[in-house]
Design a binder for this molecule. Structure first.
Ligand SMILES: Nc1ncnc2c1ncn2[C@@H]1O[C@H](COP(=O)(O)OP(=O)(O)OP(=O)(O)O)[C@@H](O)[C@H]1O
Length: 610
């Protein structure tokens, strides 16, 4: 259910508390910024410290100038030396303060950029450590989304928070001036500013709550924006006339957000305006108090200008301080999302793992494996048991959704079986370090990714450390027939693929598949897995690819998933899956003898080619 204003108000109290609690992340945040560049951070702090005294000093020199002007006007024998000294002093302070402000802005920008790079990299690395099952969990994805989305916000948070520290010193010095001359002014100041602060806190809590509860919808909006304005989807969108459908869906969803947000913003502005009027009344009250003191001869005209300007400045500073404060608590809440994500505990990370075998002696054994995807009640695999012997080439066959890819994902430990076990040479594969275990495999999935990098990099994805190894890249390209693709490319291996970047060249589906296949050949993996690697290849290319594959993987444990039986029959044994269960297992000849699914599907395809 989407939130309305009432539900947001209900959350208000907890959100205000949460806002304050989120401030506890600020010290850690600063520690991270410090570690990014201690020098820049120190320069920034020092400059802010110096500049925090500027307002009160400038006002004070202003007071001296006015008093001096009045004294010299009244003097019978005027001497302007002191007056000009004051003017020069004020000028120097103004120039120095301006230069320092610029240094602050520059160091803010540089620190922000550096921190941005660091935190984005941390997120990329952390994401790779996280289990597939967690990445596919939508709640988790929302958290990731919020953490990512706020990268820019964190830069603003940094300068805001440092600015606050600077403001506190400025405010303290201005307040000291007021207390020295007229303590009553402090009461008026508090009266003018505190209601505004409470108002800010209240509404910012609501706005955060709204934006947080809309993370999922925002993802949907991003998705609609993406499919609605994208070269990859343009073909279908035009052809099926989907523009209206997508645009309307986008508008409807956006408008709901707009109307809730609008009503919060309008309320916030109305209350702010009312409290501002209270502030103006207090200001003029203070003005009257100050004028009265002048008339009674308690203070000079210079002091009048100093006090009224101090009061006004304080009010503005405090207003900015409080609104920045709410902005900081808001950003700190996103900071919480970021730290929560970075601190995610990866299970078993420190466990003592067994050493991986350097060669496979017996093979894999699946014992009564059951599996259902997280968050789903359906069992996709229902008691699968079989052996994949060392050096054997096995094909998985079955209708769409039978569970072939899922079986591979379990063998690769992207997911853990909900029941049963998978053994490698008699040892449960969960006894090995997951990342190291996965390095044993050379895998190409049917939904392999088309990286918009160069052709060289696209092939090297299989073993990215060898990206500069021309010999290996060329060898892999030859084996997968990707060399045929290169012939048509202007810059050979250095050609940028895809259309997103300058001089990018798009490939056909089959050409992309050849490039992806080359990845599997990039590393000398112990186990090769090809999940429908040739579906987009023409018949001749497919035949050649498989001939090479069979030749190259002689004696190597491998799995092929394919819907083409001409390919499947080349495997040593064929495993036929149906609705998550093993229906048949044997050589092509054995299975052809039994009048079951394999023989039926094979004949069906063979007839099609007659
Ligand atoms: N990430 C996922 N989350 C939830 N369910 C999934 C997920 N991936 C696959 N499934 C479901 O698991 C079942 C088996 O899918 P799987 O991809 O293993 O089938 P397959 O035999 O490889 O099919 P195909 O021949 O179409 O590639 C399907 O019903 C599918 O809907």
């Amino acid at each position: 259910m989407r939130p309305n204003l009432d539900s947001i108000s209900d959350n208000k109290k907890t959100n205000v508390r949460a806002s304050f609690q989120a401030l506890r992340f600020i010290p850690r945040f600063f520690k991270e910024i410090w570690s990014v560049s201690p020098q820049l951070f120190l320069v920034n702090l020092l400059c802010r410290l110096i500049n925090s005294f500027a307002p009160v000093v400038i006002l004070w020199v202003g007071k001296l100038i006015i008093d001096e002007v009045i004294a010299q006007v009244a003097a019978t024998d005027p001497d302007y030396t002191q007056l000009w000294n004051y003017v020069i002093l004020e000028f120097v302070i103004a120039v120095v303060s301006d230069v320092i402000s610029r240094i602050i802005a520059i160091t803010d920008g540089l620190l922000g950029d550096k921190y941005n790079i660091r935190s984005s990299e941390t997120m990329i690395r952390k994401t790779s450590e996280i289990d597939m099952s967690q990445l596919e969990d939508s709640e988790f994805y929302d958290k990731l989304e919020r953490a990512r989305q706020q990268t820019q916000g964190r830069v603003g948070l940094m300068s805001n928070a440092l600015g606050q520290a600077q403001s506190i010193i400025s405010i303290a010095t201005l307040i000291a001036g007021l207390i020295y001359f007229e303590p009553l002014l402090i009461v008026l100041l508090a009266l003018s500013i505190i209601p505004l602060f409470i108002n800010e806190i209240r509404f910012s809590g609501q706005q955060y709550s709204l934006s947080r509860s809309w993370t999922t919808e925002r993802r949907e909006l991003d998705y609609l924006r993406y499919i609605g304005a994208n070269d990859k989807t343009a073909k279908e969108i035009k052809l099926f006339g989907l523009t209206d459908f997508i645009a309307t869906r986008f508008r409807n969803l956006s408008e709901q957000y707009y109307s809730i947000n609008k009503s919060i913003t309008v309320k916030r502005s109305i209350y702010s305006a009312l409290f501002n009027i209270l502030g103006v009344i207090c200001y003029y009250g203070a003005y009257i108090v100050i004028i009265r003191s002048v008339l009674l001869g308690e203070i000079t005209i210079g002091e009048l200008t100093f006090l009224s300007a101090s009061f006004n400045r304080l009010r503005n500073n405090l207003q900015t301080f409080f609104s920045n404060f709410t902005r900081i608590t808001e950003s700190a809440l996103y900071l919480k999302d970021y730290f929560d994500f970075v601190d995610l505990i990866i299970p078993d990370q420190d466990k003592n793992f067994l050493e991986l075998p350097t060669e496979i002696k017996i093979g894999f054994e699946l014992q009564d494996v059951h599996f259902g995807y997280p968050g789903s009640d359906t069992e996709v695999l229902k008691g699968v048991s079989f052996e994949l012997r060392a050096g054997e080439k096995m094909a998985f066959v079955g209708q769409n959704g039978a569970g072939k890819t899922t079986l591979i994902k379990l063998m690769l430990r992207f997911y853990e079986p909900t029941q049963g076990a998978i053994l490698l040479d008699g040892i449960n594969i969960n006894q090995y370090n997951k990342a190291e275990f996965q390095q044993m495999f050379g895998v190409i999935f049917q939904d392999f990714f088309r990286y918009e990098f160069t052709l060289r990099e696209n092939i090297a994805v299989g073993d990215i450390l060898a990206v500069k190894d021309d010999k290996r890249i060329d060898n892999a390209a030859q084996l997968s027939l990707a060399t045929e693709v290169i012939k048509d490319l202007q810059d050979g291996y250095e050609t940028q693929l895809g259309k997103r970047f300058k001089k990018g060249q798009e490939l056909s589906g089959g050409q992309w598949q050849k490039v992806a296949l080359a990845r599997a050949y990039m590393k000398d993996a112990m186990v090769m897995v090809l999940d429908e690697p040739t579906s987009a290849l023409d018949a001749k290319a497919e035949y050649e690819v498989f001939e090479r594959f069979i030749d190259l993987t002689k004696g190597k444990t491998s799995i092929i998933i394919s819907h083409r039986f001409s390919t499947v029959r080349m495997a040593d044994r064929i495993l036929v899956l149906e609705k998550g269960r093993i229906l048949e297992l044997g050589t092509h000849e054995e299975l052809m003898k039994a009048p079951r699914l394999y023989a039926e599907l094979f004949d069906l395809q063979a007839q099609g080619y007659k």
